[in-house]
Structure formats: structure tokens, C-alpha cells
Design a protein around this ligand. Structure first.
Ligand SMILES: [Zn+2]
Length: 198
């Protein structure tokens, strides 16, 4: 049940409009021990708007949910997000996500979900002071995916086919990442040109 891809397109691009998955909350709830399987929901006004399933397996957690783009068919999304533990100065350990977006791997406490879960930087959700670069970052992410997919370079070009030898699930994940990052970069471009008010 639940999923992504409806009702959240085209809104204000800010961290408020996405579903945050905060590893500190998972940790505090004791959900990060290996072999756990659980679901996580987001609600607005008491109503569930999205949910995902998670499984912990050693040094990573598997995200499992469904996604569809622009009213297309629902696709199963399932991919690992690696965890990293660091020692705190005053003792104890802290846990982080490694952002699963292609070519990122940043150590972050919060992943933001739209069609894919990725860090704030990948989604172009920079803080105000650095917002002018968020479109560029999303564009770089989108370009990196085009390269991995062996598609013609340049986000002005249409998406291509699945490369030979790539699993469908990987293709769907990268394709969803691509949509998210390309949308961000185009929205940012339009904003810079004054086509969309901030
Ligand atoms: Zn990232």
C-alpha cells in the first residue's frame, strides 16, 4: 500500500514538500538491528500520504516501495541504502545513511523521498544561502545517470532504453532518479529565467 508519484509533482521545491526519512528516529525506535522488517508512514493531517517498507541487513537497509511517474504504471522500487557508524567524541555511536543516489554516497542523517530517496543535495534542496547552485547539482546528478545509462548526453534529450545487462529494477531506480533530478534542474532553470515565481 501507499507509494509515490501522485499529488506531489510541481509543488514548491523545499524540504517541506518531501517525505523525510530520518535515521536518528529509526535508531531511537530501535529499528536498526539486523534482520528487522518494518514499515514507515508519513501522514498529513492524520491521513497517511505515503509509506515504505524497510529491512535491515547487516550494514545496509533495503527500501521497498512503489513508484509511478506521471500517472504511469506502478513499479516496484527496492534498493539498499548503506549505513555508516561513527564514534561520538563523548562516547556512543552515531549512525548515518550513505545517500544511495548514483554517484553521491554523502553521509547524511536524512533522506528525502519523492520518486526516489536521496539526500537534500541530490534533490537540489539546498539551504537558502546556497540555493542558486541547487539546479546545477541536480543537473550534474541527471547527467551522471545519463552516462551510466549510456543515453545521449544532455537533459534536453529524451530518455533512452535500458542498457544491455542492466537489471530492470536498477533501470527503474535510475530512471526515477533521473526524473527527479531532471525536474529539479529544469524547475530551477525556469525559476532563474523568471518563468516561475519563487
Ligand atoms: Zn545525495
Amino acid at each position: 500500500m501507499g507509494g509515490y508519484g501522485s499529488g506531489r509533482q510541481g509543488g514548491k521545491r523545499s524540504t517541506d514538500s518531501m517525505n523525510p526519512l530520518d535515521i536518528r528516529r529509526l535508531h531511537r525506535a530501535g529499528l536498526l538491528t539486523p534482520g528487522r522488517a518494518f514499515s514507515w508512514q508519513w501522514t498529513v493531517g492524520g491521513k497517511e500520504v505515503a509509506s515504505i517498507r524497510l529491512r535491515t541487513e547487516g550494514d545496509h537497509v533495503i527500501l521497498d516501495y512503489r513508484n509511478r511517474s506521471h500517472g504511469g504504471e506502478w513499479r516496484p522500487m527496492e534498493y539498499p541504502v548503506y549505513l555508516e557508524w561513527t564514534n561520538c567524541t563523548l562516547g556512543g555511536r552515531r549512525v548515518w545513511f550513505r545517500c544511495p543516489a548514483e554517484g553521491c554516497g554523502r553521509r547524511v542523517a536524512v533522506l528525502f523521498g519523492s520518486s526516489i530517496f536521496a539526500c537534500r543535495h541530490c534533490h537540489g534542496l539546498a539551504y537558502e544561502s546556497t540555493r542558486e547552485n541547487s539546479g546545477d547539482r541536480a543537473m550534474r546528478r541527471a547527467d551522471a545517470i545519463r552516462k551510466r545509462m549510456k543515453w545521449v548526453p544532455g537533459t534536453a534529450n529524451p530518455k533512452g532504453d535500458k542498457p544491455k545487462g542492466m537489471h530492470w529494477r536498477t533501470f527503474w531506480r535510475l530512471s526515477a532518479e533521473y526524473d527527479a533530478f531532471a525536474n529539479t534542474s529544469w524547475a530551477e532553470t525556469a525559476r532563474c529565467l523568471g518563468m516561475i515565481p519563487r
